[in-house]
Design a protein around this ligand. Structure first.
Ligand SMILES: [Zn+2]
Ligand SMILES: [Zn+2]
Length: 238
């Protein structure tokens, strides 16, 4: 699998908000600034047909109206969105707020489909499992495990240390996982808990993401074994 890190930052910092592109086809989260980041990284929208959304905070889905419009512009109407059960309502409402006059026309002419399943496959190629994680009072928050070609890659979305995150680390070769702060909170992972948990699952490599700028600097200094600090635009062939 080719995984391109579109963004590895959190909402506040200088890096793009956390999002990933798998084999030029599947986006994991579509936060603020995703379309601009895709343009800067020279990625064509043509092949991106599937979007997995971890949860409905703005820094994980607010670029969806722009994405739908861009797909319309290049005459690629098919978009499959995998998300929580209430996602269709949220995305339609967001689009309507962004572009009220084109809402009906766009949703009539575009083929936007919504799915909310625990287990599903994409293109009969990728087996995907949705994993419940703990993002404090915000519910539901999901991570995803994508399995292909005997490799399992996890994407945590926003989470603190929880059973779901440990399940991903226990089962995956790589986890693209959040590490927002130096110290974990009830909503977000931190370098302090990552340092402990990475030793418990020595077969898992953790690509840190959703990092605040000072956390990124701190993690670089810590140099934890099996923890990778990616740059935006970096490509992993796994
Ligand atoms: Zn969040
Ligand atoms: Zn977030």
């Amino acid at each position: 699998m080719k995984i391109q890190v579109i963004g590895s930052g959190n909402l506040w910092g200088e890096y793009n908000s956390a999002s990933y592109l798998i084999d030029d086809n599947i986006l994991v989260d579509i936060p603020n600034g995703t379309c601009k980041a895709l343009n800067r990284q020279g990625i064509s929208y043509e092949n991106i047909k599937n979007v997995l959304i971890t949860h409905f905070h703005g820094d994980h889905y607010f670029d969806m109206p722009f994405f739908i419009l861009f797909k319309k512009k290049i005459d690629c109407p098919d978009i499959n969105i995998y998300c929580a059960i209430n996602g269709e309502k949220k995305i339609r409402r967001l689009y309507k707020l962004a572009f009220p006059h084109s809402y009906h026309r766009i949703f009539k002419t575009m083929n936007v489909s919504f799915f909310s399943k625990e287990f599903f496959s994409i293109n009969d190629k990728y087996e995907i499992e949705r994993v419940l994680v703990d993002h404090g009072s915000f519910k539901p928050a999901y991570g995803y495990i994508i399995k292909y070609d005997n490799k399992k890659i996890g994407f945590t979305g926003d989470t603190t240390l929880c059973d779901g995150l440990e399940y991903m680390m226990r089962n995956c070769d790589y986890v693209f996982g959040e590490c927002t702060f130096k110290k974990a909170t009830a909503k977000h992972m931190g370098a302090d808990l990552l340092e402990i948990i990475i030793k418990k699952y020595p077969n898992c490599k953790y690509v840190a993401s959703h990092m605040a700028d000072d956390t990124r600097k701190y993690l670089k200094k810590l140099k934890l074994k099996n923890v990778i600090i990616p740059k935006d635009g970096e490509i992993f062939e796994i």
